[in-house]
Ligand binder design. Structure first.
Ligand SMILES: C[S@@+](CC[C@H](N)C(=O)[O-])C[C@H]1O[C@@H](n2cnc3c(N)ncnc32)[C@H](O)[C@@H]1O
Length: 245
């Protein structure tokens, strides 16, 4: 299957990401093998359902194109390809090992997989009708720059749908923070033998912006009709926005 844009290129070896991205790239290269299993355990099986919801909310037109950024093991991209058989679905990520897991899954032939850095997307302006992404934003160095790139490659009137963790808030905040600090790294240790990568999940979740702050940024960048739904005691959120016409 061919990619939907003329300006398509794979990342070259000398484009290996810098700074925080180097650490993030290393984490996902390291946990690719047990990523899906850990996600199932940590979300009590809800992750796949959320990915299906993300794909449904993206609603690309028949015959259109959808980019699933930070596709990882491809859960959202595969849900989108299943839901929209006439849509060209591209799954992009900068971790070769995560993409290898995606490519090995049933139905993977229906998706165009591409190695790409979200900070410098190898696609032309306005080349996608919809963009989805799961757990990208808290991992990037330049949040505004990454969202600006998505705004650039999205067609006017197209939708972006974001699945992300959300910093704990409200009355349950102390309990949720305790769970993130103790249970999540413990699960990482038990199910993957890797405590530190899941300690990073806790610290990056606590340090990330609230949905309201992300919404303010989206508005500044030219998105409209923004909304969100919190999931799983407010620890996860699905957000959506439309690029102004
Ligand atoms: C937590 S995983 C999420 C995978 C998938 N979206 C899901 O919901 O299961 C985060 C993914 O973001 C990718 N990622 C992080 N920073 C990136 C960047 N700057 N460019 C491309 N991919 C990136 C990682 O390689 C990893 O596969």
């Amino acid at each position: 299957m061919s990619a939907p844009t003329a300006r398509v290129r794979e990342m070259a070896i000398d484009e290996v990401p810098q700074g925080k991205s180097v650490a993030v790239h290393g984490i996902f290269q390291g946990i690719a093998e047990y990523y899906d299993r850990m996600n199932r355990v940590m979300t009590l099986g809800r992750h796949r359902r959320w990915c299906r919801e993300v794909a449904e909310l993206a609603a690309p037109p028949a015959g259109g194109s959808l980019l699933d950024l930070a596709t990882g093991t491809g859960v959202i991209a595969l849900e989108a390809a299943h839901a929209y058989p006439t849509v060209t679905v591209t799954g992009a990520d900068f971790s070769e090992r995560m993409l290898e897991r995606a490519k090995a899954k049933p139905g993977a032939d229906a998706v165009h997989w591409q190695l790409a850095d979200a900070a410098d997307l190898p696609f032309g302006d306005e080349s996608f009708d919809a963009i989805t992404e799961g757990y990208l934003l808290r991992n990037v160095e330049d949040l505004e720059g990454v969202l600006r790139e998505q705004h650039r490659v999205l067609r006017r009137g197209g939708r972006i749908v974001i699945l992300e963790t959300s910093p704990p808030s409200g009355p349950a905040k102390p309990i949720v923070e305790w769970g993130l600090r103790t249970i999540v790294p413990l699960l990482g240790q038990v199910f993957s033998g890797d405590r530190s990568s899941y300690t990073y999940l806790e610290s990056s979740t606590r340090a990330f912006e609230s949905p309201g702050q992300v919404a303010d940024l989206l508005i500044r960048l030219g998105f409209r009709d923004i909304g969100w739904r919190k999931k799983f005691f407010g620890t996860n959120v699905i957000m959506w926005a439309t690029k102004a016409r």
